[in-house]
Write a protein that binds this ligand. Structure first.
Ligand code: ZN
Length: 575
């Protein structure tokens, strides 16, 4: 089931209905506090046990568990190997085990955690306790591996649609990525919450600084920051409106913020599973959201090198290459993005979704056979006639006939392919190199990423096979959206939930949001734990005046009615 599809409810309700405590194994220690807080607000007796807790709090949770006072208990998988945990669990009554993020047990998946391998033992220790495993990212192979390692062969399997129709997928060609990102956020998501993923800590910090300079409220998050800074960044992102977090993939697993309006990747993700999970953090409230990815030649070269020079064994490298190639196939392809993604997870999808860049703005195909032959022969000639290999930049200079000191030094301007590709821009040539790397006609080798043709390039050189690629939309990619300026809080753009409201309703919505912000601050919880944007929008539209009418609004149950009903009616009466 995709992120935001309602996985938790699949074990929370059975845990409430059954006698005993539902034990939830989840790797998301940092988020347990918010998960538990949200459950308590909904009237559920929930608690978490983790090593970060003060001793007396831990003892109190243990006591409550033994006394049968808890409906749900959250545990990190590594707790199971801590002394006394199995003994503690044996002293209470267990309603069920829920294994969240179950793909972490898959060694060939993208997110393996050794602690998960121990969870197979639950079946032997508590054969009578029902177990449920849940994940948002399982290809058919990962699904099989989860089944096997967690001993769930006899289990029923439920696979819901992986589609997240409210997320618009967009993949752009990387030119000046920071300017592209600023233009994307300011032009289309001003004042909205979003996540920007980058591959390295350094890039995270630089990008966050660049966004702040452009007037965007951005914070940095990566594992190398001191714990208090990380916590502060996460807390601001969760509890305030319109904060953009720039992060490594260390951020976000299980982030339960429903109103993330965009997820942007400024570096190529390492696998489709990772990409889909990360983009799935957008729009969990079902409102229109966007997944934006910029990728370029450097991404392909860099990632191939990282795999080559990594310390994994041959099987690990082959697995990483497989993941990378699938990611490249998504980026370079001309198929509907959603269809590609959904089919990747083993499900069927219509030809066109109507809500991705390919469907909305179909790419033109460029017959790149001749330029590909020019590039391939340049690579072969420099190697043969100059006895050296070069990276993409030098080959492009040769093709475009651009002289540099380096070029003349090596007498590259005497090559027969000198200047034969003048009519194409650098961006087009880089796009072509990227495409040839992506489809495996060329390899980038060694520290400098020197290019070499592969076996597969031969038929292209002989003219037996053609090369078709997306036409580069350079000018459009860079200029898009720059016409609609609006800094954070400029009010130029309302949040997605408010987008459909009349001016009057929007005003009520804003009042409710203000009230919610105050309430969230007092309680020290994120705003959506009080009420989601969709609930506030429904309140603004229907303007309930009685408790009964309040209960008719989605997101308001008995507990929330008792807690907030009077205050909400008062805000509505005043507006
Ligand atoms: Zn589509």
């Amino acid at each position: 089931m995709p992120t935001g599809g309602g996985k938790s409810i699949c074990y929370q309700i059975p845990a409430l209905a059954r006698e005993g405590t539902g034990v939830v194994l989840s790797p998301l220690v940092a988020l347990m506090h918010d998960q538990v807080a949200a459950l308590r607000l909904a009237g559920v007796r929930a608690a978490a046990l983790n090593s970060a807790m003060p001793r007396e709090d831990r003892l109190e949770v243990e006591r409550a568990y033994r006394a049968g006072e808890l409906e749900l208990l959250y545990l990190a998988p590594e707790r199971l190997s801590a002394p006394g945990t199995v003994e503690l669990l044996s002293q209470g009554r267990i309603a069920l085990f829920a294994i969240d993020e179950a793909h972490c047990v898959s060694q060939w998946g993208h997110d393996f955690r050794p602690d998960y391998l121990r969870l197979g033992a639950l079946a032997e220790r508590w054969p009578e306790v029902p177990r449920i495993a849940l994940t948002a990212t399982a290809t058919p192979e990962t699904h099989r591996e989860i089944t096997e390692r967690l001993h769930l062969e006899g289990a029923r399997h439920f696979v819901s649609s992986f589609d997240r129709p409210n997320i618009r997928y967009r993949i752009v060609s990387k030119q000046n990525v920071r300017a592209q990102l600023v233009s994307f956020i300011r032009g289309e998501h001003a004042g909205e919450a979003g996540i920007v993923y980058a591959l390295s800590r350094k890039r995270v910090e630089q990008t966050a600084a660049a966004l702040r300079e452009a007037g965007i409220d951005a914070v940095a998050y990566h594992a190398g920051l001191p714990a208090h800074e990380r916590l502060e960044a996460q807390t601001r992102f969760l509890r305030e409106d319109g904060v953009v977090v720039v992060a490594t993939i260390a951020f976000g697993m299980g982030i339960d913020k429903p109103d993330v309006r965009f997820v942007a990747h400024i570096d190529l993700p390492k696998s489709i599973e990772g990409y889909y999970q990360e983009t799935g953090r957008a729009g969990r409230d079902g409102l229109p959201s966007e997944a934006w990815l910029a990728y370029g030649l450097q991404d392909v070269v860099q990632q191939r090198q990282m795999i080559e020079s990594g310390d994994g064994d041959a099987a690990t490298r082959a697995n990483q290459t497989r993941h990378l190639n699938q990611m490249l196939a998504l980026c370079e392809g001309v198929e509907c993005r959603r269809r590609f993604l959904i089919r990747y997870f083993g499900q069927d999808a219509p030809e066109r979704c109507g809500n991705c860049d390919v469907c909305l703005d179909p790419p033109k195909l460029w017959d790149a056979t001749i330029p590909a032959q020019m590039l391939l022969s340049t690579i072969i000639r420099t190697q043969r006639e100059r006895g050296r290999s070069y990276a993409a930049g030098q080959h492009i200079d040769v093709l475009r006939g651009v002289g540099s000191e380096r070029v003349t030094q090596m007498r590259l301007d005497e090559l027969s392919t000198w200047g034969i590709g003048k009519e194409w821009s650098v961006a087009q040539w880089r796009g072509l190199v990227r495409h040839l790397l992506a489809v495996g006609l060329v390899e980038a080798r060694g520290e400098w990423g020197v290019l070499a043709p592969t076996e597969a390039a031969k038929p292209v050189l002989r003219g037996e096979e053609t090369v078709h690629m997306r036409e580069e939309l350079v000018s459009r990619a860079a200029g898009r959206g720059s016409g609609t300026r609006g800094g954070p809080g400029s009010g130029a753009k309302r949040s997605a939930a408010a987008a459909e409201l009349t001016a009057e309703q929007a005003e009520v919505f804003e009042r409710l949001r203000e009230w919610r912000a105050g309430e969230a601050r007092t309680q020290g919880v994120p705003g959506y734990v009080v009420f989601g944007d969709a609930t506030l929008a429904a309140l603004a539209v229907h303007r309930p005046a009685t408790d009964e009418e309040l209960l008719a609004i989605s997101g308001i149950g008995q507990v929330k009615l008792e807690r907030y009903g009077a205050a909400v009616l008062e805000v509505l009466a005043r507006s």
